[in-house]
Design a protein around this ligand. Structure first.
Ligand code: ADP
Length: 720
């Protein structure tokens, strides 16, 4: 038993106690932490008593220490079993029946271990060795210790097989630590002693507890086993802070006291104390931050410039309006800079999951039920503080269970106008370290800005989707309209065809009627009584009107369907005007009207379809006759100007009102206030057809008229 053994024992003892203390301090209410603390105390006591037993001494003393070793280790199996059953929960959930049995076993073993039935005697051997004579109760110890330890293994293996993710790994570490420690200890300190009768290896025993301590520590540091790392880091920060402050105070008091020595009095002491108290009050916060930064730097190498990163995030939010690139880029930056393993945005609508953007998380991340638990928790928590949920800082419970299952380390609630719009969930740090206060501060500052950016993106997305739907609706409506329009066109064509056919069919019999009546009236007038003559005259005029109406309809139908055929020829306008004058002579005489034809140049020739131009003349002169009182003069003037012939048909009728001028050339436009109602009525098609014929011939038509001052209809035609 040299210095080496003492150091090993001391070291093992301290590590075990430190671990137990830290675990207990982290969460004194948690039975997992409590049992771990108890176990480490047992291990530490066992380490130290084992050391005492091995020290040189008389046989009685050594036997006493051996029995003490047996006493303190008697509950070891039971505690291991209970820890395995409860881990990682806080509540003590072992049935009373089971517990009573365990208590009984432990109690009997403990009592027995102090009796001669466990170890009857001890015999000192050379080289500070000794040999032990076991009694029958050793079997009880073996059964209770090995039995309960084996049960603990079974429980751990079962839990390990049923768990997933980080928890599974933690069980594995726990299991491995246990297996190593207890197997090795059982071999060195039990099997060797009892079956081989040697204590040669007993001193190594305590070292093996370091396996358990080592594995558990690894699990804590790397996999947040029992989640006490943050506590350790914060403890160090505050310990340092207290040391520095105490130093400042003591040193300050000393130095200032020295300076003021000559005037040392109670007053000066009071002044110094007040001054130092003020210094402390003002320096506490900056100092805390400073020390925190130093400890963070020591404990967390992965440092980043928070201000710079915030700037970068701001730019990303300002330049990305679409939700997908925005969330992807934000997560990417967070993962890269804060060295986080995975992250995801869970965006909510009315408290339910609406969309999800993830990097590194697989599957659903959270079940619907778990998400609801988290949302409820965050919504309640929000009023209290910043609302960020940190796994390490949570007490064992439903929320912690949910986060553990989903492998989430931090939850940042995103809310706008007090409404929770989503959650930013982050996995553990890639390095295995915990989130430090700088990270949490950073996320706290980022959260509100991020919430606004995400909500803007969501609104934009909504508008975009609405626009797309709108466009689709418009396209559909346009398609419908096109179809309806096509149908209308077809119907219009059908109508044109109908008019064209019926007009055509009507014209032939009407012309026959008119011709026969004309013959009776002109060739056999002498055989007619005056009454019959009058009646036949009316038949003649009516049939003439009907023919003109049918002709108008036919013309309109041809114009509208683009079937007007023009055969341009050169002819003298004056000749045509004279022809017209002759044609209407009989009707002129009836109304005692006169038509005068004049031409600036009698040779004015145009290139046009003579028949159509004749119809133009007939319409205009006919209208002048119709809408002028009996006996009034009508004139036709022909002139030429700038490549066009111009024909003006004027009358001295009552004229046309200003409001009606624009309507004249439209289809079926009958001007209501025609001062002189034409005896034979009209269709309102004449001027429309006239205008179309003039324009088809390359000319123009317009009217100049004033109420009471007659009308002038002027049209032009290209000169030949
Ligand atoms: P309608 O068959 O009725 O004569 P028009 O198209 O030839 O049809 O003429 C349209 C309307 O223009 C007429 O109803 C009439 O009121 C008016 N109008 C045409 N020519 C004259 C004119 N020379 N003087 C007065 N009113 C006229």
């Amino acid at each position: 038993m040299g210095l080496f053994a003492s150091v090993v024992v001391g070291f093992t003892f301290l590590i075990n106690l430190l671990l137990g203390f830290t675990a207990y301090n982290n969460n004194p209410k948690s039975w997992t932490n409590r049992l771990l603390a108890i176990l480490t105390v047992i291990l530490a006591s066992w380490t130290i008593f084992n050391f005492f037993a091995l020290l040189p001494g008389n046989e009685a003393t050594r036997l006493f220490w051996v029995r003490i070793v047996m006493l303190v280790t008697s509950p070891m199996g039971a505690v291991t079993y209970l820890l395995a059953s409860i881990f990682p929960k806080d509540k003590f959930s072992v049935s009373n029946k089971k517990l009573s049995v365990i208590y009984a076993i432990v109690l009997v073993t403990a009592v027995m271990s102090m009796s001669p039935w466990m170890f009857t005697s001890l015999k000192n051997l050379p080289n500070e060795n000794f040999s032990l004579t076991p009694g029958p109760a050793i079997a009880l110890f073996a059964v209770s210790h090995l039995g309960l330890t084996t049960l603990a293994f079974i429980v751990l293996i079962k839990k390990f097989r049923q768990s997933k993710g980080r928890l599974r790994f933690q069980f594995l570490l726990f299991l491995l630590g246990n297996i190593f420690t207890f197997t090795l200890i059982t071999v060195s300190n039990f099997v060797a002693v009892v079956f081989l009768g040697t204590i040669q290896y007993t001193f190594i025993g305590p070292t093996f507890t370091l396996f358990l301590a080592g594995f558990i520590t690894y699990a804590i540091v790397k996999h947040r086993f029992l989640d006490i790392r943050l506590f350790v880091v914060r403890s160090v920060t505050y310990a340092l802070l207290i040391i520095v402050l105490a130093f400042i105070y003591a040193y300050g008091f000393y130095v200032i006291g020295q300076l003021l020595l000559p005037v040392h009095s109670e007053i000066s002491e009071f002044l110094i104390t007040t001054f130092l108290a003020l210094v402390m009050a003002f320096s506490f916060q900056p100092l805390r931050r400073f020390i925190q930064r130093i400890t963070n730097n020591v404990f967390y190498q992965e440092h980043y410039d928070a201000a710079q990163l915030l700037g970068k995030m701001g730019r990303i939010m300002a330049t990305n309006i679409l939700i997908e690139p925005l969330t992807a880029e934000i997560i990417k930056q967070l993962l890269n800079n804060l060295k986080i393993s995975r992250g995801a945005f869970l965006l909510l609508k009315n408290g339910n999951l609406n969309s999800k953007y993830t990097d590194g998380f697989s599957g659903d991340i959270l079940s619907e039920k778990d998400l609801q638990i988290l949302v409820t928790h965050v919504s309640q928590d929000k009023a209290a503080a910043d609302g960020i949920v940190v796994f390490e800082e949570l007490a064992e419970g439903k929320i912690k269970e949910v986060l553990r299952k989903a492998d989430i380390s931090v939850v940042v609630p995103l809310s706008s106008k007090k409404e929770l719009i989503g959650l930013l969930v982050l996995g553990e740090k890639s390095s295995g370290n915990v989130y430090n206060s700088e990270d949490i501060n950073f996320l706290e500052i980022l959260a509100p800005e991020l919430s606004v950016a995400i909500q803007n993106s969501e609104s934009y997305e909504e508008i975009r989707k609405f626009n797309i739907t709108l466009q689709q609706e418009i396209e559909k409506a346009t398609q419908n309209l096109k179809a309806v329009n096509q149908k209308l066109k077809e119907m219009d064509q059908l109508k044109d065809e109908f008019i064209s056919i019926t007009s055509h069919e009507l014209r032939t019999p009407m012309t026959a009627i008119k011709s026969y009546v004309w013959m009776v009236l002109n060739r056999h007038a002498d055989t007619l009584t005056p009454k019959t003559h009058e009646y036949l005259d009316r038949v003649y005029k009516s049939s003439d009107r009907l023919i003109r109406l049918v002709n108008d309809m036919l013309n309109v139908s041809r114009i509208e369907s683009g079937r007007v055929i023009l055969t341009p020829l050169k002819f003298k306008l004056l000749d045509l005007a004279e022809d017209i004058k002759r044609e209407v002579q009989a009707r002129l005489a009836e109304k005692k009207q006169t038509v005068t034809v004049s031409a600036g140049d009698p040779e004015i020739m145009v290139l046009a379809d003579r028949e159509k131009v004749q119809q133009v003349f007939e319409n205009l002169v006919g209208n002048s006759m119709k809408y002028s009182p009996d006996g009034s003069p009508i004139s036709i003037e022909i002139s030429a100007d700038k490549g066009f012939a111009k024909v003006t048909v004027s009358d001295k009728g009552k004229g046309i009102g200003k409001d009606d001028l624009s309507k004249l050339f439209k289809k079926f436009s009958r001007v209501e206030n025609s001062q002189i109602a034409p005896p034979e009525g009209g269709t309102g098609l004449g001027l429309y057809i006239t205008k179309q014929f003039v324009e088809l011939s390359g000319g123009k038509i317009w009217v100049e008229s004033e109420m009471g001052k007659g009308s002038k209809f002027i049209f032009s035609l290209p000169l030949a």
